[in-house]
Ligand binder design. Sequence first.
Ligand code: PMP
Length: 394
Amino acid sequence: MPNLRQLFLAHVAQTSDFPLGLEIASSEGMYLYDRQGKAYLDLIAGIGVSSLGHRHPKVVNAAKAQLDKYLHTIVYGEFVLAPQVQLASLIAKQLPAPLDSVYFTNSGTEATEGAMKLAKRYTGRHEFVSATHSYHGSSQGAASLMWPKDFTQAFHPLLPGIKHIEFNSDACLSKITTKTAAVILETVQAEWGLRRPRKAWLQAVRQRCNEVGALLILDEIQAGYGRTGTLWAFEQYGVVPDILLIAKGMGGGMPIGAFVAPKAIMHTLASDPILGHITTFGGHPVSTAAGLATLQAILEENLIAQVPAKEQLFLELLQHPRIVEVRSAGLWLAVELASFNEVQTVIKHCLENGLITDWFLFNDRSLRIAPPLIITEEEIRKACAIVLKGIEQL
Ligand code: PMP
């Protein structure tokens, strides 16, 4: 009889030749547990998802309560579904005007796709401008925005009419023209190993979009939901996007995403053609119920206010001559080492010692730290001690 690991290798599609292969049996709070009962402190919150920790009781209870009411029915803005309506209303309440209309999706990628279609539909244009080293999803539309190209060229041809600008470069702004449907940027670039925008630059992009009639789409699929120390990262930069993309932390561990726009823009998806953008599962009642409990808990439990002090503690502790640089944006850090091999060695050491970390898609020399926001001072100290021991042994 093949064991679970052998069946995994035989029948579950792998995305690299060296899967981590942890056998997960259960999870609770900051920890994942394997089949032998070994505890792993989860320093990456699933993968930027479980901001409230794993299986937060409020999220689990909300999902269970919804399971007992109804599961699936038409989800795309036809029926009045209480968990959807309540979540959309609460999201709108937490956003500046005029961002008040929420289109629910299953994932971040689908939020990107929907936003791209909305921008085309609203502006009547088809060109997009995105940043180098950006990641907005793996589907073909979202991958067209991606850079570096060696990640995507195996799948060409992708969408035409995509221009890339360098994040934080004023010189590139002239690429945003009257042909541009939308500029799409991560408010904080994630997979490049955490790069924050210059405030003046992001404001200049906003200004340029206004001048040429292009929409500004901000991708906060990873940066949103308190990760950077404010509910939305864009609050720190004095700009408001025309379309906001959210996902990951939104469902408290359940799959959900959304693109949010002013009703006047969003409503263009309702005609010519009607049903021009639909989804069978996006905004599923159980996911939206969990999403509502997640957002309520994040707001009630005062977690975001604690982010700067926790970030500071990480920065104080993560000091070592072999660390090239630490970049941070709230409870989100990239610890840059000298090479991919060094990062892999530290990740392996951490795993052996019950700590889960990762690297970044476009920056394999940096360790990814993105813990649940509930992480305590003691857990930060424990995690940093393990990371530093791993670095010490390089
Ligand atoms: N945008 C950003 C900034 C992301 O980090 C991700 C996921 N890593 C996505 C889009 C795609 O989200 P998903 O994997 O949920 O489709």
